[in-house]
Design a protein around this ligand. Structure first.
Ligand code: FEO
Ligand code: CA
Ligand code: CA
Ligand code: CA
Length: 659
């Protein structure tokens, strides 16, 4: 039973059709509805002032719900399950849509820059069930609420804590960092804390004078060695100026752990999980009780990682057990994935001709293994320390399987690195986003959102698209273009279904795209019955183990018959659900679409299956839209405040089913 599934778990809702409406559209029928739970500017802390966007202050924003909500978790708070703690990431800010008269983030005044800093981070908000069904609202009790921002004190733990790479003039210990930035996806741990990835932290750092870049420590993470940052935060806080604090960027790019039940506990940055553009992190418990965290590095041609704790999970409910479990992410082994295909390269044509690419064995599939970066407390990169491997994890992964000199740096031949052990070279993926194990089957699912740069020559069986159909602004329709434009979803099972295993078997579950094109693939299901999907980003599961996928950046064309417009904003992004086992495996259906210009985040399906929480991130973020000239008025529909507000919503049923 639940909002989307009937008693045996089959998805019963009618799919939402592609559209470009400025609305959150839920399945048809009078029994589905949504309500807004938290909007940008809504009060979080006790005493928070009312939202006054024309007179906003940093102090007000620090007590209010932040901007651009991304990851969503709900933790049951009371025993009856009728109150919960809503935990939400605020990934980044759109200054041109937050402030009147501001055309770009660079054009903000100093107070607006400080407001933007306070609009980043994480919110914890007590919520309560409304009535008999799956609707929720924010509670009047704000005593347990919390805002974490760009200035909240964090503790750094794990092997790289206190290393020279993390020391700054403000923190000579290398163990205390202010703030968290660009928190994208996340996960709930079995001990009731939440994990949050620090993703595109590179964009916050500028350089007032040109700085050096030894080993490509900056450029490998996309950090420029000269020029000001887009938001100019370095003009109000010198720690964002590389010329003044060269190590400050090393203090971001970690997995963060928050205890939502303890508003005064400093959140922790776990260096043992490595420093990458962490999309998020999700936890499983291995057969022997160690905990395993899967985490993706969201960049074109970057890698998928897995952390395995040294110590074991305690299932007890005592405070001592919980305190023990909260140390598990502080020490362990870090691995990176190699995916090996089982079909010959000659059968992988990268969709070169637009005729589809399934190899003769009928699947993109194969085996794989986890290559250690840190094992038993030792660096697996000769010449480099554990601290170095964990702080410059991308550089470390790049060195695996390569010929290195005495310093641990690659030996080049004709400008190219020399591979000495191909079995140790990790696989360059098509932007690994959210990775989550299915709590019912144990299989792991990874969203690979797209990779516009992959060429036909660069395809492998796990990333098999070098060309794909996507919207073409000139023709107003989809045309065959370079790269993997719509993304795909990988599925794997660890050997023995043990998350600590070092080998796995994998297959592509979904090649996203237009079902009418040969290249798209829905686990072999009848493509005439599925919804089109593009750019999978976040994944989640309902209590039946159905996979839910939210999208970011729909690349497919969409023709609005009513308006006579073609391809305006593409089709909107949305949320999809699909069974992963049984006869309905692959029957993907669209559950909702989000308003114009938004990406769909979260999602979170409650433990009872009655509620689907979804974050509507950056509604109206499109072209030259600004606060004064918005393209979305969702959700307020206000004549005097016509701008959009990023918001967390809950979708529920108004009749039928339970309670
Ligand atoms: Fe913030 Fe990878 O999406
Ligand atoms: Ca194959
Ligand atoms: Ca994301
Ligand atoms: Ca994304």
């Amino acid at each position: 039973i639940g909002i989307a599934a009937d008693g045996d778990g089959a998805l019963e809702f009618l799919p939402v059709a592609p559209n470009n409406l400025d609305e959150l559209v839920v399945p048809t029928g009078d029994d589905y509805a949504y309500s807004v739970v938290m909007r940008w500017g809504d009060p979080v802390l006790a005493g928070a002032p009312a939202f006054d966007p024309l007179n906003q202050t940093a102090a007000a924003q620090a007590a209010q719900f932040g901007y651009n909500c991304d990851y969503v978790a709900v933790l049951p708070y009371s025993r009856d399950g009728d109150t919960g703690l809503l935990v939400v990431n605020h990934e980044y800010t759109d200054e041109q849509m937050m402030f009147p008269g501001v055309a770009t983030a660079a054009a903000t005044n100093d107070e607006q820059k400080r407001i933007a800093m306070m609009a980043h981070g994480i919110s914890v908000v007590k919520i309560e069930r409304v009535g008999r069904h799956g609707q929720w609202q924010r509670s009047a009790d704000r005593s347990v609420n919390r805002r974490i921002t760009a200035s909240t004190p964090f503790v750094v733990d794990g092997p790289a804590a206190g290393s020279d790479y993390l020391k700054t003039s403000a923190d000579p210990t290398g163990r205390r960092v202010l703030g968290t930035l660009n928190n994208c996806a996340g996960g709930i741990t079995p001990w009731g804390t939440t994990l949050h990835g620090e993703e595109n932290f590179n964009q916050y750092f500028g350089a007032s004078t040109t700085v050096q870049d030894p080993e490509r420590r900056l450029s490998r993470y996309g950090i420029a060695t000269s020029g000001l940052s887009s938001r100019r935060w370095e003009q109000v806080d010198p720690r964002f100026d590389l010329a003044k604090e060269p190590n400050e960027p090393n203090r971001f790019g970690w997995v963060v752990e928050v205890d939502p039940t303890n508003p005064s506990a400093p959140p922790v940055k776990h260096t043992a999980l490595g420093r990458i553009k962490h999309e998020g992190a999700t936890i499983s418990i291995a057969a022997d009780g160690r905990v395993v965290a899967y985490t993706g590095d969201d960049e074109r041609f970057d890698y998928i990682y897995k952390f395995v704790s040294r110590n074991k999970y305690r299932a007890g409910r005592s405070a001592a057990d919980r305190a023990h479990n909260m140390t598990l992410l502080s020490e362990g082994d870090l691995y990176v994935a190699q995916f090996t295909g089982d079909s010959p390269k000659s059968e992988l044509n990268g969709n070169a001709n637009g005729q589809g690419t399934l190899p003769s064995d009928g699947e993109f599939d194969g085996g794989g293994h986890w290559i250690p970066l840190v094992l038993n407390g030792q660096s697996m990169v000769p010449g480099k320390s554990v601290e170095w491997v964990l702080t410059f994890t991308r550089l470390a992964a790049d060195r695996l399987g390569k010929q290195l000199d005495a310093n641990g740096d690659p030996v080049l031949a004709g400008g190219a690195e020399i591979i000495v052990d191909a079995t140790k070279v990790p696989t360059k993926m098509d932007r690994p986003e959210d990775i989550e194990p299915n709590p019912v089957t144990g299989r792991v699912y990874a969203a690979l959102t797209n990779n516009s740069n992959r060429t036909v020559a660069q395809v492998d069986e796990a990333n098999p698209l070098g060309r794909s159909y996507a919207f073409n602004a000139t023709t107003g329709a989809d045309t065959l273009q370079s790269g993997n434009r719509n993304g795909h979803v990988l599925e794997w099972e660890e050997a023995g279904n043990d998350h600590a295993a070092l080998t796995f078997s994998w297959r592509i579950f979904l090649v996203a795209g237009d079902p009418s094109r040969p290249e798209s693939y829905f686990a072999g299901y009848d493509k005439s019955k599925v919804s089109p999907i593009s750019c999978p980003d976040n994944v989640a599961f309902d209590p039946h183990g159905n996979l839910w996928i939210s999208t970011d950046g729909n690349s497919l064309s969409f023709v609005n018959q009513a308006e006579g417009t073609t391809g305006l904003l593409g089709g909107n992004d949305g949320l999809f659900a699909v069974p992963v086992q049984g006869p309905e495996r692959g029957h993907l259906k669209q559950f909702l679409t989000v308003p114009r210009g938004a990406e769909t985040c979260g999602p979170f399906i409650t433990w009872d299956g009655d509620s689907v929480f979804v974050a509507v991130q950056h509604p109206g973020e499109y072209g030259g839209a600004t606060f004064d000239r918005p393209v979305s008025s969702w959700p307020d529909r206000s004549a005097t405040r016509p701008f959009p507000r990023p918001s967390v919503c809950v979708v529920y049923k108004t009749r039928g089913d339970k309670r």
